[in-house]
Design a protein around this ligand. Structure first.
Ligand SMILES: CC(C)(COP(=O)(O)OP(=O)(O)OC[C@H]1O[C@@H](n2cnc3c(N)ncnc32)[C@H](O)[C@@H]1OP(=O)(O)O)[C@@H](O)C(=O)NCCC(=O)NCCS
Length: 160
């Protein structure tokens, strides 16, 4: 069941205390999830940043503290977006859009990034729509890039 009302949250960078819950979010959203140690590495990598949406208040309606998040990796002046995830019961409330928007802003301000890229499953319509809303356009296909289940990857790019 999705939560439509009273969903108040703020966006901030991941800290050590968040690692367990971010790993749980990742496992709930992906068939080949990043593990705890992968997120732990982000904390000490100056070219990586993970932003998360944290509920202002944990309640019976909103039992999770961390609702969603996504990752930016700075590589040679460009930004790679990955690990975009929102717990199923909080989807369709604009959380991914809010975190992605904040991450694009952070990328420009912190690293001077002017071009962002990402890969998305061809069958993942919600994610493709989300990225298109933010100006990402398809630049090519990597056939059978994904496993579990097999799928093509669409490479998307956003230039400023
Ligand atoms: C993709 C995902 C992160 C979207 O999270 P979300 O918080 O529900 O997204 P938002 O509410 O911010 O929606 C943003 C846009 O996505 C699109 N969207 C979201 N859910 C959709 C759906 N079920 N069908 C079609 N479009 C959808 C809409 O265009 C929406 O924009 P709109 O509000 O202008 O209509 C979420 O579905 C998820 O975690 N999926 C599993 C993990 C995943 O696939 N991650 C992406 C990997 S590339």
């Amino acid at each position: 069941m999705s939560v439509k009302t009273s969903l108040k949250y703020h966006i901030r960078e991941m800290q050590r205390e968040d690692l367990e819950e971010v790993t749980t979010l990742e496992a709930a959203c992906f068939s080949m999830p990043w593990k705890y140690k992968d997120f732990e590495e982000v904390l000490t990598n100056p070219n990586r940043c993970y932003l998360l949406a944290e509920a202002d208040k944990v309640t019976t309606d909103i039992p999770d503290r961390i609702l969603g998040g996504c990752m930016l990796t700075h590589i040679a002046g460009e930004g790679d977006i990955s690990n975009v995830a929102v717990h199923e019961k909080y989807r369709n409330n604009g959380i991914a859009a809010a975190v992605l928007s904040a991450l694009l802003k952070l990328g420009k301000e912190r690293y001077g990034i002017t071009a962002f890229t990402l890969e998305v499953r061809s069958q993942n319509i919600p994610a493709r729509r989300l990225y298109e809303n933010y100006g990402f356009v398809s630049k090519g296909v990597r056939p059978n890039f994904y496993e579990k289940p097999k799928d093509d990857a669409i490479i998307m790019r956003k230039d400023d």
